[in-house]
Design a protein around this ligand. Structure first.
Ligand SMILES: CC(C)(COP(=O)(O)OP(=O)(O)OC[C@H]1O[C@@H](n2cnc3c(N)ncnc32)[C@H](O)[C@@H]1OP(=O)(O)O)[C@@H](O)C(=O)NCCC(=O)NCCS
Length: 191
């Protein structure tokens, strides 16, 4: 059975399913995923746009993992570790439910630098979207990407997202308001 979010049951934690894709899976973060988080914490961008701590030590990486589990308890959204064929974590992808009451969810993702350049983010995004489109309360999935981040917006387009426009000064990144492309995918087109 597909676990569904129930906006009418605010005290019931979300249930994170395990999702399978070609040569990857998406699952809950585990304690042995710290290497992936620490590697991502050495990336220039990831600590600026996520809660991955810059140059995270072991304890900070474990705290990041605990926060991901807490997102389910607080019904903030579904935070998946992306894992390779050996079940080693290579990144994160999240489906965030702040605007669930409007039928919208937003998506964010990163790969550890050593896993980039092989189309794995696009594969993970496609699997996430296939599952998200089965959630009856969602009509629209959104992504926001800075124009310079071509690897990210190409990843979105490969998974079927459509660019709707440029949101000017949409988000503060590193202390500066940044323009973002708004991408969307309508769940009805996938059902
Ligand atoms: C965004 C991210 C997940 C993409 O994963 P990736 O493995 O680097 O992406 P890929 O190498 O598969 O590239 C995806 C596409 O972008 C293209 N691309 C990659 N780097 C590029 C670059 N510097 N300039 C132009 N195109 C680029 C690839 O050719 C590929 O195109 P295709 O789909 O037409 O074949 C990864 O770069 C990352 O984690 N970045 C840091 C965090 C981040 O930016 N998250 C997204 C925030 S919106």
């Amino acid at each position: 059975m597909v676990p569904v979010s129930r906006p009418d049951q605010p005290d019931v934690p979300l249930i994170l399913p395990r999702l399978e894709g070609p040569a990857l899976s998406m699952r809950a973060f585990r304690g042995d995923d710290v290497d992936a988080i620490r590697e991502a914490g050495r990336d220039r961008l990831v600590p600026l746009i996520t809660t991955v701590p810059e140059d995270a030590d072991q304890e900070q990486a474990l705290a990041f993992i605990r926060r991901q589990h807490d997102r389910l308890r607080r019904r903030a959204g579904y935070s998946f570790a992306i894992a390779d064929a050996d079940d080693v974590a290579i990144g994160q992808i999240g489906l965030w439910l702040r605007d669930e009451r409007h039928g919208r969810a937003s998506i964010g993702y990163w790969l550890r630098p050593s896993a980039r350049g092989r189309g794995l983010a696009a594969a993970a995004l496609a699997v996430l979207c296939d599952w998200a489109c089965t959630l009856p309360q969602l009509n629209r999935l959104e992504l926001y990407v800075e124009p310079w981040n071509e690897a990210s917006w190409r990843t979105a387009e490969r998974a079927g997202f459509v660019r709707e426009g440029l949101m000017r000064s949409w988000q503060i990144v590193d202390g500066t308001p940044r323009d973002m492309y708004m991408y969307s995918l309508l769940t009805a087109t996938q059902r």
